[in-house]
Design a protein around this ligand. Structure first.
Ligand code: UTP
Length: 291
């Protein structure tokens, strides 16, 4: 089935980046001059997604403004004769068609995805978390997952290996049959396991292709780890009911912008990719005495 819709859950509280996120959505915090979420929308568009549903909340209204026209800015830049910045403000507007749905209370990622059900309907869809970036311009991460779905059906989760000491912060998968290089069927999934109970060192990152059957599973899912309705618990229920869920070891470098160090290091990494910004950043980094 063609995957043309995606959901970007962005209704979390962003407590790890307080006080920055007290009034500004975490997903709009910039990597140099471009908000994190714009890179994520760009990845979705480059993966063939035509319609994006943002799950937002009361404190996230600015996300809607960022992906909308800004007539005053546009007029000012036209008068000034600044085509470069004019193109920059128009770019987020044109990447895809946008829908918005509100999550009234931050009840967890699984609940946020469920909020998008009326817009997604009976289609297979992508999910991209608003604070996770995967750098691979040549072959976007979501596109890699969509190709796996096209070949094997079912849900597809992007996974990566981390040092064992870190697994307790993530959803961790148990692998079964290998269906092609880098792609396995998942036999079990545990959210934030204790180190000694983790079934592997392969963690789920913020990219998914989900079949619409996940919605019924989410409706039946009770609050789990951290008191939140977890997407991983619903996916576990799908596996137990016999649905095929695959783990894809994606190609690309993953960045987590959800905490201050991650935000800062990702900002430097993305600035270094930009020919207009890299020389200034490199010149500054060279002045640092890191010994
Ligand atoms: P995180 O747990 O990383 O984000 O959720 P958070 O809750 O905003 O951050 P902290 O832990 O308080 O610092 C991953 C993604 O899921 C969204 C978040 O906005 C983030 O993009 N999310 C999470 C929701 O949309 N709703 C929720 O109830 C929880």
């Amino acid at each position: 089935m063609v995957v043309r819709k995606a959901v970007i859950p962005a209704a979390g509280l962003g407590t790890r980046v307080l006080p920055a996120t007290k009034a500004v959505p975490k997903e709009l915090l910039p990597l140099a001059d471009t908000p994190t979420i714009q890179y994520i929308v760009g990845e979705a568009a480059a993966s063939g997604i035509e319609q994006i549903t943002f799950v937002t909340s009361r404190t996230k209204r600015a996300i809607e403004d960022h992906f909308d026209e800004a007539p005053e800015l546009r007029a000012a830049l036209e008068i000034k004769g600044d085509p470069k910045r004019l193109a920059a403000i128009m770019r987020p507007v044109t990447l895809a068609a946008y829908c918005y749905v509100r999550q009234q209370r931050p009840l967890g990622l699984g609940h946020a995805v469920l909020c998008a059900r009326p817009i997604i309907g009976e289609e297979t869809f992508g999910v991209l978390l608003g604070d996770d970036l995967v750098d691979n311009d040549a072959d976007p991460c979501l596109k890699q997952l969509i190709r796996v779905h096209e070949r094997h059906g079912g849900c597809v989760l992007a996974v990566m290996r981390v040092p064992h000491a870190e697994v307790s912060r993530y959803g961790v998968v148990s692998l079964g049959e290998r269906v092609e290089p880098g792609v396995h069927q998942i036999t079990d999934l545990v959210e934030k396991p204790k180190l000694e109970e983790a079934p592997s060192d392969l963690i789920v990152i913020g990219r998914y292709v989900l079949t619409p059957s996940v919605f019924a599973a989410l409706e039946r899912t009770q609050a789990g780890a951290g008191g939140e309705i977890q997407l991983t618990d619903a996916l576990c229920a799908l596996i137990q009911s016999g649905e095929r869920v695959f783990a894809c070891e994606f190609k690309g470098k993953r960045y987590d912008t959800g905490d201050p160090v991650g935000l800062l290091t990702t900002s430097i990494a993305y600035a270094l990719k930009r020919p207009d910004l890299a020389p200034g950043v490199i010149a500054y980094l060279k002045t640092l005495d890191l010994g």
